[in-house]
Ligand binder design. Structure first.
Ligand SMILES: [Zn+2]
Length: 549
């Protein structure tokens, strides 16, 4: 699994490309996150959320989620499909997310029922693709007709429709991504074959289109279609996929970002964020620093000027004016969970290529305050997290709610282990203070992190080694730390401050089995205004936004 996951993460490229902060030290070595199966969550709110999600995923009926794909392939469905968005035009969108969620959950937990469910779904999708006969597999209603029209250059677009149907490209992006994840996270080889065939089908379908026709088509919401082609290139190596990733990159959004211009006000937020995650990958894979800087500019403007204290953005799904957040306070439709799901994906990518802890300050804030809170303790996901006073939230029911945020929600709680640890050569990053265990036994290193943070102000790292070893442990210095310095105690020595690099305390020594590292995490209460500097503030304790009921 390791090789699959590493392959997709910006394979084999020289890094040091983000020139976002010239004061901070750059490195030319590559940071690698650990695959989910190397990081087990230990008891705490995140493990509980993961287990709750696992039950929700198993509660869903794979046959009903597969029905749109089976019907579009001209086969007899095992059961009728679901209703809600699954029966009103976005048929199949949850099925794509479902593959991603199953794959991540299997990698994170090793649960055998989850793996069997994934294998079952992939087997059916292979049957559907074979029945279609041209490489296509998808649940879009009347999909074959739409794709024939597009192939002939007949393209009618609006923001939320393409040739009269509800965002077909957004919909098929989910199955592209689900197949990718089934391969990358769960090692399902059939999924890779289906993904590649589907990609070749798209290349063949669009082979007559001009660049202008591509750009016209991209006015319609299309998820991260550029990203899934960049990902396939990073694994397969055929440059035809990188070319398609570039063709599927929406210039109307990219061009202002290349010029460091924020033209986002009024735009549908979650239409744009996945495009930018794609720009970043295309930039990485084609060593084009301008696309990487454009992605970084987008990230900065969204996190600094357009996000509220818990890490979310947008009102009624659209970016509000950066100098006026009054609508956010009034609307029952505050920040959408999908937006933060996609912002975390972008954040992860930018951190991987830079190693700057500042990216993870946002990641931590959004993870604890928005993502973790977007799932009901007994299961179910929220779409909007409004900050309207005395308002409420609505949670999905397993067989009824089929919104976008149910799809991304199923993934969110499966992958809490994705950035807690990372490494650069033998040196280990500790990014988040979440109870967990890193098993890097092929390198003779295990780290167990025991903490009740944020209910206590420290985290204990227990180092387990097959033999003594010299390496660095880089511990993230959170921006919220009280006293502005991070103190670390090694075994029973006095706590001390270690040299800092890119926002990390670097503890460099020869480690012995059983060494204990206590990270002191003093928090204090702070206030934070809305980005428009109006007279509303959030109260925070460390990274946690405080609520009252
Ligand atoms: Zn959503």
């Amino acid at each position: 699994m390791k090789t699959f996951q590493q392959a997709i993460l910006f394979s084999g490229l020289t890094l040091a490309l983000i020139a976002c902060s010239t004061q901070e030290k750059k490195s030319t070595e590559r940071i690698e996150l650990f695959p989910l199966d190397k990081v087990k969550l230990l008891p705490g709110p995140f493990l509980k959320a993961q287990q709750t999600d696992l039950q929700y995923i198993l509660e869903l009926d794979a046959d009903r989620l597969l029905a749109p794909f089976v019907i579009e392939a001209g086969l007899e469905p095992m059961k009728p499909g679901y209703g809600n968005w699954e029966g009103t035009g976005l048929n199949g969108n949850i099925g794509g997310h479902y593959l991603s969620a199953l794959a991540m959950m299997y990698s994170a937990t090793g649960n055998d029922s989850i793996r069997k469910r994934l294998d079952y779904a992939i087997d059916w999708l292979l049957k559907c693709q074979q029945a279609n006969g041209n490489g296509y597999v998808g649940g879009v209603p009347s999909g074959k007709k739409i794709w024939e029209e597009i192939s002939a250059g007949e393209i009618r677009t609006e923001s939320f429709s393409l040739n009269g149907e509800w965002v077909p490209l957004y919909n098929i992006h989910k199955i592209f991504a689900g197949l990718r994840d089934a391969y990358v996270f769960a090692g399902n080889e059939k999924a890779f074959v289906i993904w590649k065939n589907l990609s070749d089908w798209w290349i063949n379908t669009t082979k007559q289109l001009t660049d202008d026709q591509f750009q016209l088509m991209l006015k319609s919401e299309h998820g991260g279609m550029n990203e899934v082609f960049a990902d396939l290139f990073s694994i397969d190596g055929d440059s035809i996929y990188l070319q398609m990733a570039k063709k599927m990159s929406h210039r109307l959004i990219l061009n202002p970002l290349l010029n460091k211009r924020d033209s986002l006000t009024g735009l549908h937020a979650n239409t744009q964020i996945p495009k930018v995650a794609g720009f970043l990958k295309v930039g990485m894979l084609s060593a084009d620093t301008s696309w990487i800087k454009a992605s970084d500019f987008f990230w900065k403007t969204v996190t600094q000027n357009r996000s509220i204290s818990f890490g979310g953005n947008s009102v009624r799904e659209h970016f509000n004016a950066a100098d006026n957040f009054s609508s956010m306070l009034e609307s029952e439709q505050g920040p959408e969970t999908c937006n933060t799901y996609n912002m975390l994906r972008l954040t992860k990518g930018l951190w991987e290529i830079s190693g700057f802890s500042s990216y993870l300050d946002y990641y931590e804030r959004a993870l604890y305050n928005h993502i973790l809170s977007s799932q009901h303790p007994r299961g179910g996901f929220v779409y909007f997290t409004p900050i309207r006073p005395n308002h409420y939230r609505v949670y999905s029911q397993p067989h009824q709610g089929m919104w976008c945020c149910v799809g991304s929600g199923m993934e969110n709680h499966a992958k809490y282990g994705e950035v807690i640890y990372a490494h650069r050569d033998d040196n280990i990053y500790v990014n988040l203070f979440i109870p967990s265990e890193l098993d890097w036994s092929e390198n003779g290193i295990q780290i167990e992190q025991a903490t009740r943070f944020p209910f206590e102000e420290e985290s204990l790292l227990l180092v387990k080694l097959s033999k003594p070893k010299k390496f660095d442990v880089l511990i993230r210095i959170p921006h919220w730390i009280a006293g502005d310095k991070l103190l670390v105690r090694i075994n029973d020595q006095e706590p001390m401050e270690f040299p800092a690099e890119n926002g990390y305390a670097v503890v460099s020594r020869t480690w012995y089995d059983g060494d204990k590292v206590t990270v002191q995490l003093p928090m204090e209460i702070t206030t934070e205004q809305l980005p428009d500097k109006s007279s509303w503030v959030s109260f925070l304790y460390g990274p946690v936004v405080l609520h009252w009921h």
